[in-house]
Design a protein around this ligand. Structure first.
Ligand SMILES: CC(C)(COP(=O)(O)OP(=O)(O)OC[C@H]1O[C@@H](n2cnc3c(N)ncnc32)[C@H](O)[C@@H]1OP(=O)(O)O)[C@@H](O)C(=O)NCCC(=O)NCCS
Length: 220
């Protein structure tokens, strides 16, 4: 049965989710997006509604609107930046009425034995192989691939077209840039940023930004 859903964040990421939800609902209605929440409404011309494809999404209020909701409500944090996603999640978890479902979009291929936390987004075209564990609020963007025995920590974001080989571990609050690759058995710690197109071939222990092929820390 179709369930109500509120999206948090009014950026491009949220509009892409609207598109993906529209695609998902074609076969059978899954999510009814009842509105969005942000610090302020996002005005476009004479309306603060946000639309993508055929879904039109009205502004409901700021975080306080959600903190005071009294009935069980599904929310999704449609924000790509890991630290901001964490900040919003930690605030909203103060209201036990808020539920953070995992959104699994259309055209995904997900092995039945994966372990998922809460609030994850598995975007269109994602493929997840056997024995993969995702923490809470992991955001897998369009066309990402995680091969066997992978682990992805809380709040980590994989940008579109990221490919992760087998037995890779990625920590919490990492942002792996567009089109990056990680070879097998590599371990990446927490708070690592990988630039677009990086190829990560060695472990990265400490928080840092890496770029290039093979990926190396950016000198600052
Ligand atoms: C890596 C990244 C975070 C660096 O951003 P930044 O901290 O602002 O750093 P700068 O832009 O000052 O770049 C620092 C250096 O790294 C280089 N660099 C930046 N991004 C790079 C990349 N993806 N590949 C190779 N080199 C890169 C810059 O040319 C610069 O080199 P220089 O010092 O020799 O001039 C950013 O460039 C990036 O790639 N972000 C990921 C974007 C993405 O995937 N978005 C997906 C949205 S869905």
């Amino acid at each position: 049965m179709e369930q109500d859903l509120i999206l948090i964040g009014a950026g491009g990421c949220m509009r892409e989710l609207l598109w993906q939800i529209e695609e998902l609902n074609v076969k059978e209605p899954v999510w009814k997006v009842i509105g969005y929440v942000d610090k302020q409404p996002c005005w476009k011309g004479n309306t603060s509604d946000i639309s993508a494809g055929g879904i039109r999404c009205p502004y409901l209020g700021d975080d306080d609107y959600l903190l005071h909701i009294q009935k069980e409500t599904n929310v999704t944090i449609s924000v790509g930046e890991p630290r901001l996603r964490k900040k919003i999640a930690q605030k909203l978890m103060n209201n036990p009425k808020l539920k953070f479902p995992n959104l699994i979009m259309s055209d995904t291929r997900v092995c039945s034995d994966i372990k998922l936390g809460q609030g994850c987004i598995l975007s269109m075209g994602c493929k997840i192989s056997t024995n993969v564990t995702l923490g809470d609020f992991v955001f897998l963007n369009i066309d990402s691939l995680i091969c066997h025995d992978g682990t992805i920590g809380n709040y980590t974001t994989l940008s579109p077209d990221v490919k992760i080989a087998g037995q890779v571990t990625i920590g919490s609050e990492c942002a792996i840039g567009l089109g990056s690759r990680v070879i097998q058995e590599v371990k990446i710690g927490d708070h690592v940023i990988a630039g677009a197109g990086s190829v990560i071939v060695k472990d990265i222990e400490n928080p840092c930004t890496v770029v290039g092929i093979p990926a190396k820390p950016v000198e600052k």
